[in-house]
Ligand binder design. Structure first.
Ligand code: SAM
Ligand code: SF4
Length: 330
């Protein structure tokens, strides 16, 4: 699949549920309304959709959410998709998780062929963790991390950079994650979905600034290491570990975008930061053959936009897109 700007689409992210057992302040409002269950694709339908993308050239699949591991029987989807790893059609099957269910599932995931997992953790302070996630328990996530590493999964920690909340903790987060052999990636907060009031403007911390501050304590060496995602990585000389920055606002990375995103209702978003989307549920359900589905996928890729238009400043701090991150998945 090649888009109009010559970019080869080889990476599909799938939000398998919009539900979550946390309510992170930058991601969701406390009183979220979730999709009616009837609108959500069955796991079998999701598997068929993902498999169609694999047949069309997708080499990397990431399951995300909401929280992917709270979807009932989600392991059967992982197992079904794991078959594409065995056949060589897929290079990587992975997930982004808040870690709350990893203790339970890490060994199964590893057995299915998952090699890496991204775990979101913004702070090492249990009280602050509870404040930020509203419902999360840091101890439970720590047990999940232990289980993941015991199972041999490579772990990458994702932390959203939140001004005045966790920025003072970045040095500690770097030492802690690198000390455990985990990469750390800092993410700029993106204006997605209404989270109440003017919270975004207060939250937003440009990572260009964070990097300058970190350069006082650490030697950040440029690398060309890539994982197929948008992060730019540095090697921290003092720890020997990798530190990534995802900077959709201060450094636009759209020119190298290789991905599209599927929601749990079968809507395909060709860009995280744009509204245009293609419904794949109707063609999926219209027939047992994949012909209509294939045609819909081809038409969608032909409309992939050049990039997003995220801005957060004093005049523009409402959501750039009305949907929450948990709909399209991070
Ligand atoms: N529940 C899983 C988790 O938290 O890892 C997967 C879904 S979550 C939406 C994926 C990633 O998006 C997480 O790392 C989360 O921190 C990040 N995220 C959520 N809302 C965001 C926002 N407004 N801006 C930037 N990152 C966000
Ligand atoms: Fe849930 Fe992940 Fe959003 Fe937090 S960031 S509320 S864990 S989906």
């Amino acid at each position: 699949m090649i888009d109009p700007f010559g970019r080869s689409i080889t990476y599909l992210r799938v939000s398998v549920t919009d539900r979550c057992d946390f309510r992170c302040v930058y991601c969701m409002a406390e009183d979220m309304t979730f999709l009616p269950k009837a609108d959500v694709l069955s796991l079998e339908e999701l598997e068929r959709l993902c498999s169609a993308f694999v047949r069309r050239g997708v080499r990397k699949l990431r399951l995300t959410g909401g929280e992917p591991l709270v979807r009932k029987n989600v392991m059967s989807l992982f197992r079904g998709l794991g078959r594409h790893l065995d056949s060589g059609a897929l290079d990587e099957l992975t997930l982004t998780t808040n870690g709350s269910q990893l203790e339970k599932y890490a060994a199964d995931l590893a057995a299915i062929g998952v090699r890496r997992v991204n775990v979101s953790m913004d702070t090492l302070d249990p009280a602050k963790f509870r404040e930020l996630t509203r419902w999360g328990d840091l101890d439970q996530v720590m047990r999940g991390l232990d289980a993941a590493q015991r199972a041999g999964l490579a772990v990458k920690i994702n932390a959203v950079a939140l001004r005045g909340t966790n920025d003072a903790e970045f040095p500690e987060l770097i030492r802690w994650s690198h000390g455990r052999g985990m990469d750390l990636v800092l993410i700029e907060v993106m204006p997605m979905g209404d989270i109440g009031g003017d919270a975004r403007l207060d939250q937003y911390l440009p990572l260009s600034l964070a990097r300058q501050q970190l350069a006082r304590d650490f030697t950040l060496e440029e690398t060309d290491y890539r994982t197929g995602g948008p992060a730019r990585y540095f090697r921290v000389a003092e720890t020997g570990g990798r530190l990534g920055f995802i900077t959709p606002l201060t450094h636009n990375f759209c020119e190298s975008c290789n991905r599209v995103r599927l929601t749990c209702t079968g809507t395909l978003y060709m860009c995280l930061g744009q509204e245009d989307a293609a419904d794949l549920r109707a063609p999926l359900r219209a027939s047992e053959s994949d012909d209509q589905l294939d045609a819909a996928i081809t038409a969608a890729i032909a409309r992939k936009p050049k990039g997003h238009d995220f801005v957060i400043d004093r005049r523009t701090h409402g959501p750039a897109v009305p949907r929450h991150m948990s709909v399209t998945g991070g």
